[in-house]
Structure formats: structure tokens, C-alpha cells
Design a protein. Structure first.
Length: 376
């Protein structure tokens, strides 16, 4: 036989010698390597020495019945992936359901029909091979993602020093006494260079902190903090003099204090603000808000940008994922800022999400726990 499963190792477990002989002959003639056992105990012992590719297992056996043998296979990490086909004259609905409940993948009725036996064996061997290939590809993908993350972290870490040097020299040039003699074009170019360095510094910090959050975590210093303090710190980080969007704040009068890490929470809001600046059409309005919530406090940043289709509402919080932009809108996101926000919010016991639809802007929101009313 030349099929891809011809050399697969099959195990037959049945206390009736006649059934063992029939199945062993049928499957051996089909080109399979077959091992037959009259009891579940013997089959399990043999499987631990050399695992088969598929098991055909009788239901009714003295001592350990087929259901228990199946449960033992599925409880063992090394044997768990092996497909188990029950063989039985009991084909009542309850018996079939019991087989599936303990981990079986299919049933073969007695008396055996050659074509059916071979078809079901081939099908489940093919499914097992597909599962094995998928698991290997998943493991390889995980390894590649980890290598990418390590490389990204190394690059970001090594970029910090040169960016600080460039930024420092640009600031010296901007404050130089000769700056008044520069042309408007020169001043605009210098300002653009400083903004570019500032953006890269923020990106590098986000990449490094994101890597730390994913691996060892970032120490979180939970303290009672007012919402106003968080928003003020965020505005100091995110405000760009060149941006013409108007910032409006709406903090509910009955909004409780937050129990959060001030720096981490301010960076979350700053990231959401920076995101809004990129997408809100100038001169537009960006709204910062906070209101009491059953989980503590709900904070949000709203813009009047192009909006985000529903299928991207969860995906955009994953690393390197960005939403598709409408025609005429260039991609301006790296897919890191919102991933950082998600991890930083979760580290403080909160939740994060977005309410948006194309053409109607976006509201990014997150919740943080409220501080106890005592001890403030």
C-alpha cells in the first residue's frame, strides 16, 4: 500500500480473540503496523513504552472497561493526542455519548464492515497528522514571535542613547542665540526634527515597557489619586504645540478617586490622546472624560476621526495590529501604543475597549478601581 498512513502504528484492545484476529488481519493487510491486546491494562503499559498513532478500543471488557482506558489515555499528556475509536455492538445514543464524553473520537459497530473500518481509520489518522503539523507550526510561530520580540527590545534599548544625543543637540540649536537669525523654513525644519525625535523617544519607551510588561511585568504602585491629576499628567506628556485640536475635559462631579499607579495611568491616557491627535481632523475637538462606574471609574478619550470598523475593535489592542484606514488616510500607527495600554490597564485590575463605527469617530475607554473612601 502506498498511502501516506500505510506505516501508521495501530493498537487494538478487545478481550474477544475473534475480534482481535479479524481487525488485526484486516488492518495488517491494509499495510498498517498492528499491535493487539486483550486488556486495557496491557494496552496502557505498551502505550507508555511506545505510543501508537491510533487506538481501536472495545467498550465492554472485564476489569477496566473501554471508557476507563480512554480516560487514562486522555489523562496522560504523552498519550492524550492519540485518537481513540470505540468498537462495540452497543450503539445506543447514551453509549455513544459516553464514549465521546471520555475523549473518544468515533465509533465502529460490530460486526465490522471492512470499507467502514478502513475509511474511519484513514480519516482519523489524517486528522491526527493535520493536528500534529498544526501544533508544530504553532510552536514554530511562537518561537519566531519570541525572536522578533527579543530583537525589537534590543533595537529599542540601543536606540535610546543616540536619540537622547540627537535630541539634546537639537535643543541646543533651538536655544542658540543665533536662532533669531534663522529663516522661517529653517525654524520649521528644526521644529519638525525635534518633534520627530520626541515621537521616536515615545515609541522606544513604549516598546521597552511593553516588553517588560509581557515578560517580568512592571512594578505597580497603587495609590489614591484624583482623576484630574491623571489627566493633567497625561496632557503634559501628550500635548503638541503644533496640534490645533481643542481639548475638552468632562469629569463627573461625583467621580471618586482612583486607586492606581499615577505614572502608568497617565501614560495610558497620553497614548490614547496621541492616538486621537493622529486621527482627529484639525481643527477638531478631543474630549477627555471620567465618570463613576460599577468597576470603579471609567475614563475615556473621544475624537471625531474616521472611526473604526467593528471587526477591528478587539484586534487593535494586540501588538503590531492596526485598523484599516479609509481611502485617503495614511497608516500612522505602529500597533504598539494600544497594546501597551491594554497591558497597563490589566496590570492595575481594569478593563479597556473602544466604541466606534466608520464615520462617527471613536471613544477609547478604560476602567480603573476606585480608591477606598477612608485613608485618603
Amino acid at each position: 500500500m502506498t498511502s501516506g498512513d500505510a506505516r501508521a502504528a495501530l493498537m487494538i484492545v478487545d478481550d474477544e480473540p475473534g475480534n482481535l484476529d479479524v481487525l488485526e488481519e484486516l488492518l495488517t493487510q491494509a499495510g498498517y503496523r498492528v499491535a493487539a491486546f486483550p486488556s486495557g491494562e496491557e494496552a496502557l503499559a505498551a502505550a507508555h513504552l511506545k505510543a501508537p498513532d491510533l487506538v481501536l478500543l472495545d467498550v465492554r471488557m472485564p476489569g477496566m472497561d473501554g471508557y476507563e482506558v480512554c480516560r487514562r489515555f486522555k489523562a496522560d499528556e504523552a498519550l492524550q493526542p492519540i485518537p481513540i475509536l470505540f468498537i462495540s455492538a452497543l450503539l445506543a445514543t447514551d453509549d455513544i455519548a459516553a464514549g465521546f464524553a471520555c475523549g473518544g473520537v468515533d465509533y465502529l459497530g460490530k460486526p465490522f464492515r471492512k470499507a467502514e473500518v478502513l475509511a474511519r481509520v484513514r480519516t482519523h489518522l489524517a486528522l491526527r497528522d493535520a493536528y500534529v503539523r498544526l501544533a508544530a507550526e504553532h510552536a514554530n510561530l511562537h518561537l519566531l514571535e519570541r525572536q522578533r520580540d527579543v530583537l525589537t527590545h534590543m533595537l529599542a534599548h540601543d536606540m535610546r542613547g543616540p536619540l537622547q544625543v540627537i535630541g539634546g543637540h537639537l535643543e541646543l540649536l533651538a536655544g542658540n542665540s543665533a536662532s533669531a537669525e534663522r529663516s522661517d523654513d529653517d525654524r520649521d525644519s528644526l521644529q519638525a526634527a525635534m518633534q520627530g525625535v520626541h515621537f521616536l523617544n515615545q515609541l522606544v519607551c513604549t516598546m521597552v515597557d511593553l516588553s517588560r510588561l509581557e515578560t517580568v511585568g512592571v512594578p505597580v504602585d497603587l495609590q489614591p489619586v484624583t482623576v484630574a491629576a491623571v489627566l493633567q499628567a497625561a496632557l503634559a506628556q501628550a500635548l503638541d504645540p503644533a496640534n490645533r485640536c481643542r481639548i475638552v475635559q468632562h469629569i463627573a462631579a461625583d467621580c471618586p478617586w482612583l486607586l492606581c499607579d499615577l505614572d502608568l495611568s497617565a501614560r495610558i491616557v497620553a497614548n490614547l490622546l496621541t492616538n486621537a491627535f493622529k486621527h482627529a481632523p484639525p481643527p477638531g475637538e478631543i474630549v477627555l472624560g471620567a465618570t463613576p462606574h460599577p468597576d470603579g471609574v471609567r475614563l475615556w478619550v473621544s475624537d471625531r476621526g474616521p472611526g473604526i470598523p467593528a471587526q477591528f475593535h478587539q484586534r487593535i489592542f494586540e501588538k503590531f495590529a492596526v485598523a484599516e484606514q479609509p481611502p485617503g488616510h495614511a497608516r500612522t500607527a505602529t500597533g504598539l501604543g494600544l497594546a501597551f495600554c491594554k497591558l497597563a490597564v490589566h496590570a492595575q485590575g481594569g478593563a479597556i475597549g473602544v466604541d466606534s463605527q466608520p464615520g462617527s469617530g471613536s471613544t477609547f475607554w478604560f476602567t480603573l478601581p476606585a480608591a477606598p473612601t477612608t485613608g485618603r
